[in-house]
Design a protein around this ligand. Structure first.
Ligand code: NAD
Length: 712
């Protein structure tokens, strides 16, 4: 044995060849601080080992190395000096691997991401098996590779490919990695170790020139000035268009590669270190690392719930084959839970099946699935007009029209058809779960399961616990949502549940400015370009449906009459009265149609300006942001204080996945904390005269006074 640590062991495996194996005890292989320390010690031992002629780097697990330990980031990055020292030291460990006086081969299985990918880059050769996924996803955390990735990757696969990999953070299959020259061979999983041993032997025997392979990684990038300039200009254009100004990481990646291009390894690595440290101090990085942590927390909760669930959902039924029912049926079938889709109209069933075929057809076209999978999914959806077809399922998802009487009847009828232990859920978006539960003899097996439209794309499901819902029911529904590939957040019952409840104060804030004469298109522009929402509030209302939004304002006014009073004169109410329902009938705040090229278009509608009496009153960008975001954040705080949602992290994830809250802001609570609680209160107080929704809770004031964090 040459070296034995908790996560790494090194030993001779044949004549002169040593195997450095990542074998973390009790977890996946990752580069936490301790493993980096061990890596350095193991490499130091190897460097002084006599009779060493080659090294293979392997993993004892189905995954190579998932990357740095992100759970350490928040603490690590808290102090900039400490970050500088850490990244400088950590990145040099990879030089130790690259500088071993013998040829080195990485044997890659499963994930080799971030630091895991960078470890392979420091080797001379890379062999991957067919399960391998390789990439540098750091930009998704607001960072760039920190262990030499920006320096080595362009020197191995060329600056064009490297810029694409690093600025998009995409994952790559072994075959794609081989196509760009990152991987030297792809083999079956059972042949991986032998292939790596064979390759290192060829290098030892002189059949492969490993020194020539290593040298370019130590030298300046081999590209002429014109080529390099062209590459950089193209990359900058792509990043400006795709990532935009709110995400500094991809821009910094280009700069680091450009700054290091004409330098040898040490200087290029310094350029990377400096860019990395700068990014660790940005709000975007804090927000994106925060999202990662919150997502892990939510997934952990869902996993725990799945373990507690007494009932596994093996078959499902959806009542109603409309927009939502059809989407839910498709998603369930696609993820392997066969589903009965029941409606009272044959056209609805035909349309539901048609939609599923359309989505699957597109996936076949893109090569994501084959015809066999498409046929399998379609055959596991059983369209029916008969109640009886539903009797043997484990769960019934009610998605009929949003009418409490219709829903009540359908639910009561279903309870008589299904088995006593079957679960019944409603996809209602506004009706109280406790109210619907009254239609059931056994309300303990009932809860809300609120999907978002379009179901196959939107990652969130709100699971709404009613007063009488049992823990087992909640656990089984969370497990079913996870099985469907969705992130489930459990919330308590209240008007609008969580996501719609906090959306409506935001829309009311918007409507308030429009009432005062603001141009809604100018508000959309600020909320999209400056704040970063995928759609501004006017456009979003059109997409949701003006009639739906109008109906929701009624429900919210019923629930919270003093904070969200009904305003029959609001822009939404006026548009609804004029039957401008939004995208669904081609006219709302905007007019919708198709342009000359046949693409969907969105145009200004002069008649709406007249109808709403838009005088064009100017509001600054800050005013627009504050007048919409303060009510939303205040309502999030209320939901947390009232226990509607159980943590700030879950609230953030709900808005990110349910509404498209801008990821670089991390969610409403992260936004609040980035702004600073005291600053937020100062802003909100300025608008307190506009109504209760602008008024900060006592709880938030106390948090600010005590200098506390919602994420502590
Ligand atoms: P939809 O009008 O498109 O579909 C409703 C379907 O229910 C119709 O096909 C209708 O024929 C069918 N139906 C009516 N009575 C029935 C019965 N007794 N048995 C079986 N089927 C019956 O409506 P949708 O937009 O899919 O909404 C369905 C539910 O989902 C509503 O509760 C709605 O609030 C909720 N929801 C909608 C959205 C959305 O964006 N559309 C988002 C989240 C939740």
């Amino acid at each position: 044995m040459i070296y034995q640590g908790d996560s790494i062991r090194v030993e001779f495996v044949s004549d002169g060849i040593a195997e450095l194996q990542f074998a973390a005890a009790g977890s996946v292989n990752k580069f936490d601080q301790k493993t980096l320390e061990e890596f350095s010690q193991a490499l130091a031992k190897l460097a002084e080992t006599k009779d060493l002629s080659g090294v293979i780097v392997t993993s004892s697990k189905p995954t190579f190395i998932v990357g740095a330990d992100i759970t350490e980031f928040q603490t690590l990055f808290a102090d900039v000096e400490h970050t500088k020292q850490w990244v400088h030291k950590a990145s040099r460990v990879f030089d130790q691997l690259e500088d071993l006086p013998v040829p080195t081969v990485a044997a890659v299985t499963g994930f080799a991401l971030g630091g895991g990918c960078e470890a392979t880059l420091a080797c001379d050769y890379r062999v991957a098996d067919t399960t391998a996924t390789i990439g540098l996803p750091e930009v998704k955390l607001g960072l760039i590779p920190g262990f030499g990735g920006t320096m080595r990757l362009p020197r191995i696969i060329g600056p064009d490919n490297a810029l694409e990999w690093i600025t998009t953070g995409k994952n790559n299959s072994a075959v794609d990695a081989q196509k760009v020259g990152l991987v030297d061979a792809v083999v079956a999983p059972e042949k991986l170790r032998d292939a790596a041993l064979d390759m290192v032997q060829q290098a030892i025997d002189g059949d492969l020139d490993w020194r020539a392979k290593r040298q370019p990684k130590l030298d300046p990038l081999q590209a002429n000035d014109t080529e390099l300039t062209m590459t950089m200009v193209t990359a900058k254009g792509m990043v400006a268009a795709k990532a935009g100004k709110h995400y500094p990481a991809p821009h910094a990646a280009i700069k680091a590669i450009e700054d290091g291009a004409r330098s040898h390894r040490e200087e290029a690595l310094n350029a990377e270190n400096e860019a990395f440290v700068g990014l660790t101090q940005t709000d975007a990085c804090h927000a994106q690392v925060g999202i990662f942590m919150a997502d892990q927390f939510v997934k952990g909760k869902a996993k725990k719930a799945a373990k507690q669930a007494s009932k596994e959902i093996k078959t499902a039924a959806v009542l109603g084959a409309g927009i939502m029912g059809g989407g839910i049926a498709y998603q369930s079938a696609y993820k392997g839970v066969p589903v009965v889709m029941k409606d009272i109209r044959q056209e609805a069933l035909d349309q539901g099946m048609g939609e599923a075929s359309k989505i699957l057809g597109k996936m076949v076209e893109r090569g994501k699935i084959d015809h066999k999978k498409m046929a399998k999914v379609l055959s596991s959806i059983t369209p029916t007009l008969l109640d009886d077809a539903v009797k043997n399922v484990d769960i019934v998802v009610e998605a009929v029209v949003e009418n409490p009487d219709v829903k009540g009847k359908v639910l009561a009828q279903m309870e008589d058809v299904v088995a006593d232990d079957a679960i019944i859920v409603s996809n209602t978006s506004t009706i109280s779960i406790d109210r619907l539960a009254k239609n059931l003899k056994d309300p303990s097996r009932f809860c809300g399961m609120h999907f978002f439209n379009p179901v196959h794309k939107m990652p969130l499901v709100e699971v709404i616990r009613g007063e009488k819902t049992s823990d087992e029911t909640v656990a089984a529904v969370v497990a079913y949502a996870s099985r469907m590939g969705k992130t489930a957040i459990v919330v308590n019952d209240c008007p609008g549940f969580l996501v719609n409840r906090v959306l409506f104060p935001y829309l009311a804030g918007f409507a308030g400015m429009v009432d005062e004469g603001a141009d809604f298109a100018a508000i959309d522009k600020v909320m999209e370009r400056q704040f970063g929402w995928p759609m501004g509030p006017a456009y979003l209302s059109d997409v949701v449906g003006i009639d739906t939004a109008d109906h929701c304002t009624e429900v919210m006014a019923d629930g919270f009459p003093s904070r969200m009073p009904r305003d029959t004169n609001s822009a939404i109410a006026k548009l609804a009265a004029a039957e401008r329902y939004g995208q669904k009938n081609g006219k709302g705040f905007y007019n919708y149609g198709v342009d000359k090229k046949g693409r969907p278009s969105k145009e200004k509608a002069p008649e709406v300006y007249e109808m709403l009496d838009i005088t064009g009153k100017e509001f600054s960008a800050d005013e627009i942001i504050h007048r919409t975001m303060v009510p939303m954040v205040n309502e999030c705080v209320r939901c947390l204080e009232e226990g509607i949602v159980s943590s700030a992290a879950e609230c953030d994830i709900s808005l990110l996945y349910g509404l498209g809250f801008p990821p670089f802001r991390g969610g409403p609570f992260r936004y609040l904390e980035t702004l600073g609680l005291a600053k937020f209160i100062e802003i909100a107080d300025k608008y307190a005269h506009l109504g209760e929704m602008y008024q900060v809770t006592d709880g938030l004031r106390e948090m600010a006074k005590a200098n506390k964090s919602y994420f502590a």
